[in-house]
Design a protein around this ligand. Structure first.
Ligand code: C5P
Length: 222
């Protein structure tokens, strides 16, 4: 594809979602939340009674799903077969299933063309775990966004509290550690920075500061 791509990868809770949306808005570019795709597959599997450990069955089903992403003013709206699943894909149980089914190589490969189709002019901001390493290896700017696990858990807890969800910080910390370990240790497309990625630690930065830093790197690379 001719369109430039900025990839933003990193572990859960590092602020990828917020920051990627901000960067996409500022550049006026398209936006891909690849985690939402894995979460969608988890929702479809639950709906249709598919086994999330059967990667081939999941891979076959993907072609039959009608997946729609709508970029609203400050959020991404996600539809599966005409049903709004924006809230459903954010549930913890969904994240857990998504992380588990994301290990299947066959499933990952059928999701590749879907993700690459987002790279259209004037450009794309793509966030996930393997955007820079596997999906868009030619991207001129690759960011690997991290933060301490304690900071990530605290942010997730604040987010949930703001949404009126009663959650324990310790439970969130455990869950993040478990998901980090699963994402980093899988054989296919494990979470790791691309060799040419810029590392950004968001532990002591606001979302605005992270966004500014990424836009700065964008300018450097033309
Ligand atoms: O980023 P998010 O929390 O929405 O991702 C949910 C899960 O989907 C992750 O834990 C990860 O296992 C998987 N994922 C992936 N590759 C991506 C994006 C997400 O394997 N590019």
């Amino acid at each position: 594809s001719e369109a430039p791509v900025v990839t933003i990868d990193g572990p859960g809770g590092a602020g990828k979602g917020t920051v990627s949306l901000m960067v996409a808005r500022r550049l006026g570019w398209h936006y891909l939340d690849s985690g939402a795709l894995y979460r969608l597959v988890a929702v479809a599997a639950a709906r249709d009674g598919l086994d999330i450990d059967d990667g081939d069955a999941l891979a076959r089903r993907v072609g039959q799903l009608r997946i729609e992403f709508h970029l609203l003013t400050d959020a991404l709206q996600v539809q599966l077969d005409g049903v709004d699943v924006t809230a459903a894909i954010r549930e913890e149980a969904c994240a857990r299933s998504a992380s588990r089914l994301a290990v299947h190589a066959r499933l990952r490969s059928v999701l590749l063309p879907l993700q690459r189709a987002f790279a259209r002019p004037p450009g794309l901001v793509a966030e996930g775990r393997d955007m820079g390493t596997v999906v868009f290896p030619q991207a001129p700017l690759k960011v690997f966004l991290t933060a301490s696990v304690e900071q990530r858990a605290r942010r997730r807890w604040l987010q949930l509290s703001a949404a009126g969800v009663d959650a324990s910080l310790d439970a969130i910390l455990d869950e993040l550690r478990r998901r980090d370990a699963q994402d980093a240790s899988r054989a296919t497309a494990p979470l790791r920075p691309a060799d040419d990625a810029v590392l950004v630690d968001s532990s002591d930065l606001t979302a605005d500061e992270v966004c500014a830093r990424i836009l700065g790197h964008c300018q450097e690379r033309g």
